[in-house]
Write a protein that binds this ligand. Structure first.
Ligand SMILES: N[C@@H](CCC(=O)N[C@@H](CS)C(=O)NCC(=O)O)C(=O)O
Length: 215
């Protein structure tokens, strides 16, 4: 039995849900007791982060580790390329997402509420994000997904991040030019059958979150 400690607003949770769906797995979502980071939840998952997977009592946190675990637990459909260097490249892109793209998006979160917004921070962070997206664009040739015709581990995190980017742009109004290769990739990714519904649910959760912040 698979239990995922998760919340609808968790981007790394969404990344993991896309993978679970693509593998055709059934899982139960459980909210972390008293919220993430709580003493009660840290007794289960010491880092207090979501997502965390409980597979018949084996508990593992960190979305990348969860992804690799599930990909080995259920080999089909394979979510890493067969070729060694292509596999390394896919892993690198997933880590670039988690380490260089998503944290920049996340750093905008405190800017949603107008009362605490710092326009200089928004402008500077948008410039950093532009640099990171341009770097990413120079590395990829989606066909239409990052590792080729099939959805891979490298793709799952980008779906919620595109949703966050759109939400932030809508509410913070910073200027950012999404490179054409990324815009095409976003369209293909968000239309994938394993992504479509999770992406839509994530957009809805973000809308609710943003409305509360803006109120
Ligand atoms: N590197 C972690 C990041 C997970 C993460 O930051 N999750 C957020 C929610 S989306 C969280 O649990 N934040 C609470 C905290 O950092 O204490 C992963 O890939 O799973």
């Amino acid at each position: 039995m698979l239990v995922l400690y998760d919340l609808p607003i968790s981007s790394y949770g969404c990344k993991t849900r896309i993978l679970l769906r693509h593998k055709g797995l059934e899982w139960t979502r459980r909210a972390p007791p008293d919220g993430y980071g709580s003493p009660a939840y840290c007794k289960i998952v010491p880092t207090g982060t979501i997502p965390a997977l409980d597979h018949d009592g084996f508990i593992i946190a960190e979305s990348e580790a969860i992804a690799e675990y599930l990909n080995e637990l259920v080999p089909a459909p394979a979510m890493l390329p067969a070729d060694l260097s292509a596999r390394a490249a896919a892993r690198a892109l997933s880590r670039i997402h988690d380490g260089r793209i998503e944290p920049v998006l996340r750093s905008f979160f405190g800017q949603l509420a107008p009362a605490t917004r710092d326009p200089d921070f928004v402008t500077e962070t948008a410039a950093l994000l532009q640099t990171r997206l341009d770097q990413l664009a120079s590395m990829i040739a989606p066909a239409p997904f990052l590792a080729g015709p099939d959805l891979s581990l490298a793709d799952c995190g980008f779906a919620p991040s595109f949703a966050i980017l759109r939400c932030l742009q809508q509410h913070l109004g910073f200027s950012l030019e999404l490179p054409a290769v990324l815009a095409r990739y976003e369209t293909a990714l968000c239309a994938h059958p394993s992504v479509l519904d999770e992406h839509a649910a994530y957009v809805a959760a973000l809308d609710e979150w943003a409305a509360a912040k803006l109120a």
